[in-house]
Every structure is written in structure tokens, then in C-alpha cells.
Design a protein around this ligand. Structure first.
Ligand code: SF4
Length: 223
């Protein structure tokens, strides 16, 4: 946590939005799509439909027109229109501050609901994306294979009041330092300190650890 605080003292919410509804739509759009891509398409979409009323009044085709460069765009257009209609029918057009009610909306799973609860309402949550899953494993914080169990492990390890910031800090760290393939523990601000001897030995056996990095773990621990 101390190293992440130094690297990312005030982690910004990566998806541009103006209120809980536009954040919800942006998070739905972010599945299988980069945040940068989502931030390119949402200004046009939100200019046309900034509220559930306006979004529900658009056709799927009109929504698709704005978001077509995102992955899974046809399914997302369908879900965004349907969730806007459900918000009007069930919640008077207001995004509910409730995990179960959010997860009942089309296209909204536990991770999306967790991001909205954390970033729109400040409720402690620990959404686990691909970066967090990978880093939790590499740092030895969780051996779990699925994101639900990783979330459970991370929540048990870290103080509740840190969950929302840590979620963003780990994502930013993953994007900037920890690629899915190939890495250099000697140059890594966290693994240089945290990598276990057992893991370093395993990576050496598998030929994944550069020779220059072999002393990184011990050096980092002494530092
Ligand atoms: S050394 Fe860095 S890049 Fe490699 S697993 Fe650790 S955090 Fe990720």
C-alpha cells in the first residue's frame, strides 16, 4: 500500500462521467474495451442522451451509432437501452445504490455494480479486473482462480476504507508496470521487494526470469 500510495497518491477515476447514470453506462461500455476508447465515444452518446429518459427514447440502432467502435457494441447498445428502461420502471430513473438492484440490470454484473457503488457512491468495494487478478496472484495475495474468490481474499487482507483507492492503484500499476507476458522484477518497484525466493526459483526454472533480475528479490528485501 505504501509503494502504491507513493506511485499513485490520488488515483483518478479513469472513465469520464458526470453522474451515476453516465458512469454506469461508461462501465457497461468498458467490458472488452479500453477506457480510452470508451472516453472517445461517451461524449457523443451523452450529448444525445444524458439521462435514462433520453437514453430509453433512443433506438438500439441510434445507440449503436455512437458506440460502434467499442467491442461487443450491438449487445451493449441493447443492454444500455434496456437498463435505461428498467431504471425508469423500477427506480424512478435513479441509479440504485444497492448491489442486488444494480446486478438485476441488463449487462450489469458484480464487477460493474462494484465499480458504480465505489466510484459513484463511495461505498467500499473491490472490483477485480484482469490486472488485479494477475497481480493478486503474482504478489502472492491470492491463489484463487476466479475473480469472486480473489475479491474475497483481497477484502480480507486490506482495510475496508482502502478498498476503493487500492482497486484503482492496482489497476494503474498493472497497466504501467505489470504486463501479462514478459517482465523484469529487478526494475519493478513492488516485485523487487515482494517476489519470494520460491517464485524467483520457479521463474528461473521456467526461463522467465532474466539473469540480471535474479538478485532482485533479496536486494529489495534488504532495502
Ligand atoms: S515483477 Fe513487476 S511486472 Fe513482474 S509480476 Fe511483479 S509486478 Fe508484475
Amino acid at each position: 500500500m505504501a509503494i502504491l500510495d507513493d506511485l499513485f497518491p490520488v488515483p483518478a477515476i479513469p472513465l469520464d462521467h458526470g453522474d451515476p447514470f453516465t458512469l454506469l453506462v461508461a462501465v457497461v461500455l468498458s467490458a472488452q474495451t479500453t477506457d480510452a476508447r470508451v472516453n472517445l465515444v461517451t461524449p457523443g452518446l451523452f450529448a444525445a442522451a444524458p439521462t435514462p429518459v433520453a437514453m430509453a427514447a433512443l433506438t438500439e440502432r441510434e445507440i449503436l451509432h455512437h458506440i460502434k467502435s467499442c467491442g461487443l457494441a450491438p449487445a451493449k447498445a441493447k443492454n444500455i437501452r434496456a437498463l435505461s428502461r428498467l431504471l425508469l420502471e423500477r427506480h424512478d430513473g435513479v441509479v440504485p445504490q444497492d448491489f442486488a438492484a444494480l446486478e438485476a440490470l441488463p449487462g450489469v454484473g458484480h464487477k460493474t455494480a462494484s465499480v458504480v457503488m465505489a466510484q459513484a457512491f463511495g461505498v467500499p468495494a473491490f472490483p477485480v479486473d484482469t490486472h488485479i487478478h494477475r497481480l493478486a496472484g503474482r504478489w502472492g495475495l491470492s491463489r484463487a482462480r476466479n475473480v469472486e474468490e480473489v475479491e474475497r481474499d483481497l477484502k480480507a487482507l486490506f482495510p475496508r476504507e482502502r478498498w476503493n483507492a487500492l482497486h484503482l492503484q492496482i489497476i494503474y500499476f498493472g497497466r504501467s508496470h505489470c504486463p501479462a507476458r514478459g517482465h523484469d522484477p529487478a526494475a519493478c518497484p513492488i516485485c523487487g521487494w515482494a517476489m519470494s525466493k520460491a517464485r524467483a526459483a520457479q521463474e528461473r526454472r521456467e526461463g522467465r526470469l532474466p539473469a540480471a533480475a535474479r538478485g532482485a528479490s533479496a536486494r529489495g528485501r534488504r532495502a
